[in-house]
Design a protein around this ligand. Structure first.
Ligand code: GTP
Length: 451
């Protein structure tokens, strides 16, 4: 019994020792595996790749002065970073967020031309000048160079839709049929008319292939050349408004200004008088618009302003009689130019159109009409062309004045008017101001269109 108890105690001790030893081994094994795992977790992310600094972003526009990025680390990043316009953005933590570009344009350069307000040209204060024979001081006229600069600014509207889209299309090199269709549409939308558009597109296609145009500068040069050529004419663009001699006696130049209502005849007559007087000429203004009393008053104001005498009749008087009197006075005073402002008339009213023919015939009883300027409002587009055709049948139009070019994105009407009427555009009206009249020069005009 005692020996059996002895063996039971021995076996129990052996089992206890075995359990203790294996428990120790398992515990040790577990400690090692946990320690190893901690080691793996402590490895740097990215498989051990360590960048030397933060990623630098730069805006696409003008370079902004670099500033070190604020960092939680004591040592600032050596890499320059671009200032980040946080206040302009939707997110508040200063970090890029998905889609935030779509919500807020970060780069002001991305704004379209339409959003930009063009600065008005700075008006220089005109010094006073005195016309010989008058005591009234009159304003000095802006130089022709200044007026051309104004043309550039005023045509900016046309430029944004016309020049820029054409340059965009052509500057890209080889054009597919869709792109050529876009070029054609742009020209038609700018009122160049079907015939002129076809001519210009054909020419552009030929030249684009021949010259292998690749850059926007080359495209601009080509466009400039083709458009200028489409505007050129053999006809004289000078306004015939200077005196000449008849039988050894000075004869004033007679200029008749015609057009439908509201195109800007009176304003153009006044502006023209201003240019002539500023060049030292003497002018008589004939207010042959006897339908609208205000028109004669308007011309009278212009006369006082520029130092020209005005001949006017009673309201409803025969316009031909007023025109006759104006020329008579001009001859007797020995002035250089007689400018006759006629009444606006609808080109569809045969009676009024006939009357215009009569004005010319009556005036020519004493002096030749040297220039018949037809004033067309550029904003009326194709309608202006229809007017011009009818006027051309009644009186011999010798020059076109295209007014209100400042108010239209369709400067292209110039091309059509000249091509279809065979009459040169001589002057362009660019606003209501006294100096907003400029000579028409194809090169300068195309320059302004293309920007
Ligand atoms: N923006 C702009 N306005 C112009 C231009 N030329 C004339 N105007 C304005 O067009 C309006 C009509 O001008 P008028 O000179 O009275 O026109 P009109 O042809 O004599 O008019 P009627 O006597 O009614 O036949 C006026 O408000 C002018 O200031 C121009 O080149 N640009």
């Amino acid at each position: 019994m005692s020996s059996s108890w002895f063996w039971i105690v021995v076996v129990a001790v052996v089992v206890l020792v075995a359990i203790l030893v294996s428990g120790l081994l398992i515990a040790r094994k577990r400690r090692i595996s946990m320690a190893e795992r901690r080691e793996v977790e402590e490895k740097p992310k990215g498989g051990g790749y360590a960048a030397s600094g933060g990623i630098s972003f730069a805006s696409g526009g003008t370079a902004v002065e670099a500033e070190p990025e604020p960092s939680p680390e004591p040592a600032p990043s050596p890499e320059p970073v671009v200032e980040h316009p946080v206040e302009d953005r939707t997110e508040v933590d200063g970090q890029p967020a998905v889609g935030d570009d779509a919500a807020v344009p970060r780069d002001s350069d991305q704004r379209t031309v339409r959003d930009v307000k063009l600065p008005e040209p700075v008006e220089e204060e005109a010094p006073e000048a005195v016309v010989p024979g008058t005591v009234e001081p009159i304003e000095e006229i802006e130089s022709p160079a200044g007026r051309l600069e104004r043309l550039r600014g005023r045509l900016a509207k046309s430029r944004s839709v016309f020049g820029q889209s054409l340059l965009g299309l052509l500057g890209g090199g080889d054009l597919d049929e869709d792109s050529w269709q876009d070029v054609e549409d742009t020209l038609l939308l700018a009122d160049l008319g079907a015939a002129t558009t076809t001519q210009i597109v054909d020419r552009l296609r030929d030249e684009l292939n021949r010259r292998a145009v690749r850059t926007s500068d080359e495209a601009r040069e080509l466009l400039h050349e083709v458009l200028t050529a489409a505007l050129s004419t053999d006809a004289e663009r000078a306004v015939r408004a200077l005196p000449h001699e008849v039988d050894g006696k000075k004869q004033p130049a007679v200029v008749l200004v015609a057009g439908v209502n509201g195109t800007g005849k009176t304003t153009t007559t006044g502006k023209l008088a201003r240019v002539l007087v500023a060049q030292g000429g003497t002018v008589v203004l004939g207010a042959a618009d006897t339908f609208r009393a205000a028109a004669a008053d308007q011309l009278q104001t212009w006369g006082e302003r520029v130092g020209a005498s005005v001949v006017r009749g009673k309201e409803g008087a025969d316009p031909a009689a007023v025109a006759f009197d104006a020329v008579k006075q001009g001859i007797s005073e020995g002035v250089d130019t007689v400018l006759i402002d006629t009444a606006g008339r609808l080109h569809t009213k045969t009676g009024l159109m006939d009357e215009l023919g009569k004005v010319k015939r009556v005036v020519e009883k004493q002096a030749k009409v040297d220039e018949v300027l037809l004033v067309l409002d550029a904003t009326t587009g194709q309608n202006g062309l229809a007017q011009a055709r009818v006027f051309g049948e009644v009186i011999d139009v010798t020059g076109i004045v295209l007014t209100k070019l400042d108010g239209t994105a369709k400067g292209g009407i110039v091309f059509q008017v000249q091509r279809e009427l065979g009459v040169p555009v001589k002057l362009v009206g660019l606003g209501e101001g006294p100096d907003d009249l400029a000579p028409f020069e194809p090169g300068a005009f195309v320059d302004a269109l293309l920007g």
